[in-house]
Design a protein around this ligand. Structure first.
Ligand code: ADP
Ligand code: MG
Length: 225
Protein backbone atom coordinates (compact mmCIF):
# COMPACT_ATOMS: atom_id res chain seq x y z
CA UNK A 1 0.00 0.00 0.00
CA UNK A 2 1.15 3.55 -0.69
CA UNK A 3 2.52 5.57 2.18
CA UNK A 4 -0.05 7.61 4.09
CA UNK A 5 -0.29 11.30 3.30
CA UNK A 6 0.61 12.08 6.90
CA UNK A 7 1.67 9.60 9.57
CA UNK A 8 2.46 10.23 13.22
CA UNK A 9 4.45 7.55 15.02
CA UNK A 10 4.44 7.58 18.82
CA UNK A 11 4.50 11.34 18.98
CA UNK A 12 4.87 12.97 22.41
CA UNK A 13 4.60 16.60 23.44
CA UNK A 14 4.95 18.37 26.80
CA UNK A 15 4.89 22.00 27.74
CA UNK A 16 6.97 23.50 30.53
CA UNK A 17 5.00 24.39 33.65
CA UNK A 18 6.25 25.64 37.03
CA UNK A 19 8.39 22.97 38.66
CA UNK A 20 7.81 20.27 36.06
CA UNK A 21 6.76 19.74 32.52
CA UNK A 22 3.19 19.01 31.67
CA UNK A 23 2.68 16.01 29.41
CA UNK A 24 0.02 16.83 26.83
CA UNK A 25 0.42 14.03 24.30
CA UNK A 26 2.02 10.86 25.53
CA UNK A 27 2.21 8.56 22.56
CA UNK A 28 0.03 9.31 19.60
CA UNK A 29 0.16 7.32 16.39
CA UNK A 30 -2.19 7.93 13.51
CA UNK A 31 -2.34 8.00 9.75
CA UNK A 32 -4.25 10.19 7.36
CA UNK A 33 -4.68 8.87 3.84
CA UNK A 34 -5.01 11.02 0.75
CA UNK A 35 -8.75 11.48 0.52
CA UNK A 36 -9.78 10.62 4.05
CA UNK A 37 -11.94 12.62 6.41
CA UNK A 38 -11.05 12.30 10.07
CA UNK A 39 -12.65 13.74 13.20
CA UNK A 40 -10.61 14.22 16.36
CA UNK A 41 -12.65 14.62 19.53
CA UNK A 42 -11.92 14.67 23.23
CA UNK A 43 -12.51 16.74 26.35
CA UNK A 44 -11.35 20.32 26.56
CA UNK A 45 -7.64 20.40 27.36
CA UNK A 46 -7.05 16.87 26.04
CA UNK A 47 -4.51 18.11 23.50
CA UNK A 48 -6.58 18.33 20.32
CA UNK A 49 -5.22 21.71 19.24
CA UNK A 50 -1.71 20.65 20.18
CA UNK A 51 -2.11 17.55 18.02
CA UNK A 52 -3.36 19.61 15.07
CA UNK A 53 -0.42 21.99 15.55
CA UNK A 54 1.96 19.03 15.35
CA UNK A 55 0.21 17.79 12.20
CA UNK A 56 0.72 21.22 10.63
CA UNK A 57 4.34 21.30 11.86
CA UNK A 58 3.55 24.49 13.76
CA UNK A 59 4.94 22.60 16.75
CA UNK A 60 7.73 20.03 16.84
CA UNK A 61 7.27 16.77 18.74
CA UNK A 62 9.52 16.08 21.76
CA UNK A 63 9.86 12.51 20.57
CA UNK A 64 8.35 10.30 17.93
CA UNK A 65 8.32 11.01 14.25
CA UNK A 66 6.07 12.51 11.61
CA UNK A 67 6.12 11.38 7.98
CA UNK A 68 4.72 13.16 4.93
CA UNK A 69 4.14 10.75 2.03
CA UNK A 70 6.52 8.32 3.71
CA UNK A 71 9.29 10.85 4.19
CA UNK A 72 10.40 11.66 7.73
CA UNK A 73 10.13 15.35 8.58
CA UNK A 74 12.47 15.05 11.53
CA UNK A 75 15.50 16.60 9.85
CA UNK A 76 13.63 19.43 8.13
CA UNK A 77 14.66 22.93 9.19
CA UNK A 78 12.21 25.81 9.79
CA UNK A 79 12.46 26.99 6.18
CA UNK A 80 11.66 23.55 4.82
CA UNK A 81 8.74 23.20 7.22
CA UNK A 82 7.38 26.64 6.35
CA UNK A 83 7.64 25.89 2.62
CA UNK A 84 5.91 22.54 3.14
CA UNK A 85 3.18 24.14 5.23
CA UNK A 86 2.37 26.87 2.73
CA UNK A 87 2.30 24.43 -0.19
CA UNK A 88 0.64 21.38 1.35
CA UNK A 89 -1.49 22.45 4.30
CA UNK A 90 -4.58 24.59 4.68
CA UNK A 91 -5.37 25.53 8.28
CA UNK A 92 -8.77 26.71 9.50
CA UNK A 93 -9.20 28.33 12.90
CA UNK A 94 -12.28 28.41 15.11
CA UNK A 95 -12.25 32.19 15.14
CA UNK A 96 -11.63 32.42 11.40
CA UNK A 97 -8.27 34.21 11.73
CA UNK A 98 -8.96 36.61 8.87
CA UNK A 99 -6.88 39.77 8.56
CA UNK A 100 -9.33 42.57 9.51
CA UNK A 101 -7.73 45.22 7.32
CA UNK A 102 -7.99 43.11 4.16
CA UNK A 103 -11.10 42.44 2.08
CA UNK A 104 -12.42 38.92 1.57
CA UNK A 105 -10.70 38.79 -1.81
CA UNK A 106 -7.40 40.01 -0.38
CA UNK A 107 -7.59 37.53 2.51
CA UNK A 108 -7.83 34.67 0.01
CA UNK A 109 -5.29 36.00 -2.48
CA UNK A 110 -2.56 36.92 0.02
CA UNK A 111 -1.34 33.35 0.69
CA UNK A 112 -1.23 32.75 -3.08
CA UNK A 113 0.96 35.82 -3.51
CA UNK A 114 3.20 34.53 -0.72
CA UNK A 115 3.47 31.27 -2.69
CA UNK A 116 4.75 33.28 -5.66
CA UNK A 117 1.59 33.80 -7.70
CA UNK A 118 1.38 37.11 -9.56
CA UNK A 119 -1.08 39.67 -8.18
CA UNK A 120 -3.49 39.32 -11.05
CA UNK A 121 -3.51 35.50 -11.09
CA UNK A 122 -3.95 35.41 -7.32
CA UNK A 123 -6.88 37.84 -7.44
CA UNK A 124 -8.53 35.87 -10.26
CA UNK A 125 -8.18 32.59 -8.37
CA UNK A 126 -9.44 34.19 -5.15
CA UNK A 127 -12.48 35.56 -6.97
CA UNK A 128 -13.29 32.11 -8.42
CA UNK A 129 -12.98 30.52 -4.97
CA UNK A 130 -15.23 33.09 -3.31
CA UNK A 131 -17.84 32.55 -6.04
CA UNK A 132 -17.55 28.78 -5.56
CA UNK A 133 -18.32 29.33 -1.87
CA UNK A 134 -21.39 31.42 -2.63
CA UNK A 135 -19.71 34.70 -1.70
CA UNK A 136 -20.45 36.51 -4.95
CA UNK A 137 -20.98 40.13 -4.14
CA UNK A 138 -18.89 39.86 -0.97
CA UNK A 139 -15.42 40.11 -2.53
CA UNK A 140 -14.80 43.65 -1.35
CA UNK A 141 -16.28 43.25 2.11
CA UNK A 142 -14.00 43.45 5.12
CA UNK A 143 -14.34 40.69 7.76
CA UNK A 144 -16.29 43.05 10.07
CA UNK A 145 -18.88 43.45 7.30
CA UNK A 146 -19.48 39.68 7.01
CA UNK A 147 -21.54 37.29 9.12
CA UNK A 148 -19.79 34.52 11.08
CA UNK A 149 -20.66 31.89 8.47
CA UNK A 150 -19.45 34.14 5.66
CA UNK A 151 -16.20 34.82 7.47
CA UNK A 152 -15.68 31.11 7.99
CA UNK A 153 -16.30 30.47 4.29
CA UNK A 154 -13.66 33.08 3.43
CA UNK A 155 -11.30 31.30 5.84
CA UNK A 156 -12.09 27.98 4.13
CA UNK A 157 -11.43 29.57 0.73
CA UNK A 158 -8.11 30.82 1.99
CA UNK A 159 -7.26 27.34 3.27
CA UNK A 160 -7.88 25.56 -0.04
CA UNK A 161 -7.13 28.19 -2.70
CA UNK A 162 -3.67 26.72 -3.28
CA UNK A 163 -5.03 23.14 -3.53
CA UNK A 164 -3.25 21.74 -0.48
CA UNK A 165 -3.08 17.98 0.06
CA UNK A 166 -4.35 18.38 3.61
CA UNK A 167 -6.86 20.65 5.34
CA UNK A 168 -6.68 20.87 9.13
CA UNK A 169 -9.57 22.57 10.89
CA UNK A 170 -9.63 23.35 14.62
CA UNK A 171 -13.27 23.48 15.76
CA UNK A 172 -14.27 25.23 12.51
CA UNK A 173 -17.92 25.35 13.48
CA UNK A 174 -17.45 26.03 17.19
CA UNK A 175 -18.54 29.65 17.00
CA UNK A 176 -21.38 29.16 14.50
CA UNK A 177 -25.08 28.41 14.97
CA UNK A 178 -26.29 24.95 13.97
CA UNK A 179 -27.58 25.81 10.48
CA UNK A 180 -24.46 27.74 9.60
CA UNK A 181 -22.26 25.03 11.09
CA UNK A 182 -24.05 22.49 8.90
CA UNK A 183 -23.39 24.60 5.78
CA UNK A 184 -19.75 25.11 6.65
CA UNK A 185 -19.29 21.38 7.23
CA UNK A 186 -21.00 20.66 3.90
CA UNK A 187 -18.55 23.02 2.21
CA UNK A 188 -15.57 21.23 3.76
CA UNK A 189 -16.90 17.80 2.77
CA UNK A 190 -17.54 19.02 -0.80
CA UNK A 191 -13.96 20.23 -1.05
CA UNK A 192 -12.76 16.88 0.25
CA UNK A 193 -14.66 14.94 -2.41
CA UNK A 194 -14.26 17.36 -5.32
CA UNK A 195 -10.60 18.29 -4.81
CA UNK A 196 -9.35 15.06 -3.20
CA UNK A 197 -8.05 16.94 -0.19
CA UNK A 198 -7.69 15.02 3.07
CA UNK A 199 -9.67 16.68 5.84
CA UNK A 200 -8.99 16.56 9.57
CA UNK A 201 -11.52 18.30 11.80
CA UNK A 202 -11.18 18.79 15.54
CA UNK A 203 -14.65 18.96 16.99
CA UNK A 204 -16.53 18.10 20.14
CA UNK A 205 -19.79 18.12 18.22
CA UNK A 206 -21.04 14.55 17.80
CA UNK A 207 -23.20 15.36 14.78
CA UNK A 208 -20.20 16.78 12.97
CA UNK A 209 -17.84 13.99 14.00
CA UNK A 210 -20.33 11.37 12.78
CA UNK A 211 -20.24 12.86 9.27
CA UNK A 212 -16.53 12.17 8.94
CA UNK A 213 -15.14 8.91 7.58
CA UNK A 214 -13.18 8.09 10.71
CA UNK A 215 -13.24 9.25 14.32
CA UNK A 216 -10.53 9.38 16.94
CA UNK A 217 -11.04 10.17 20.59
CA UNK A 218 -8.22 11.75 22.55
CA UNK A 219 -8.00 11.28 26.30
CA UNK A 220 -5.16 11.87 28.73
CA UNK A 221 -2.59 12.24 25.99
CA UNK A 222 -3.50 9.10 24.11
CA UNK A 223 -5.89 7.97 21.44
CA UNK A 224 -8.64 5.90 23.03
CA UNK A 225 -8.42 2.46 21.39
P1 ADP B 1 -7.68 21.14 23.48
O1 ADP B 1 -7.53 21.74 22.12
O2 ADP B 1 -8.01 19.67 23.44
O3 ADP B 1 -8.63 21.87 24.34
P2 ADP B 1 -4.93 22.02 23.83
O4 ADP B 1 -4.11 21.22 22.90
O5 ADP B 1 -5.24 23.41 23.46
O6 ADP B 1 -6.26 21.20 24.21
O7 ADP B 1 -4.20 22.08 25.24
C1 ADP B 1 -3.88 20.93 25.98
C2 ADP B 1 -3.18 21.37 27.25
O8 ADP B 1 -1.90 21.92 26.93
C3 ADP B 1 -3.90 22.43 28.04
O9 ADP B 1 -3.83 22.08 29.39
C4 ADP B 1 -3.14 23.69 27.75
O10 ADP B 1 -3.19 24.57 28.83
C5 ADP B 1 -1.74 23.19 27.50
N1 ADP B 1 -1.00 24.01 26.52
C6 ADP B 1 -1.33 24.18 25.22
N2 ADP B 1 -0.42 24.97 24.59
C7 ADP B 1 0.49 25.31 25.53
C8 ADP B 1 1.69 26.11 25.52
N3 ADP B 1 2.12 26.71 24.39
N4 ADP B 1 2.37 26.24 26.68
C9 ADP B 1 1.96 25.61 27.80
N5 ADP B 1 0.85 24.85 27.88
C10 ADP B 1 0.12 24.70 26.76
MG1 MG C 1 -8.39 23.36 21.22
Amino acid sequence: MDAALLALKEVAKSFPSPGKSLIILESVSLEVRGTQTLAISGPSGSGKSTLLGLMAALERPDSGEIFFRGQSMRGWDEDALAAWRSASVGFIFQNFGLIPSLTALENVSLPLEILGWGLRAAAKRAAEILDELGLNGRHDHFPSQLSGGEQQRVAIGRAYAHSPALILADEPTGSLDRDTAEKVLGTLLNINSAKKTALVVVTHDDDIASRMGRRLLLNQGRIVP
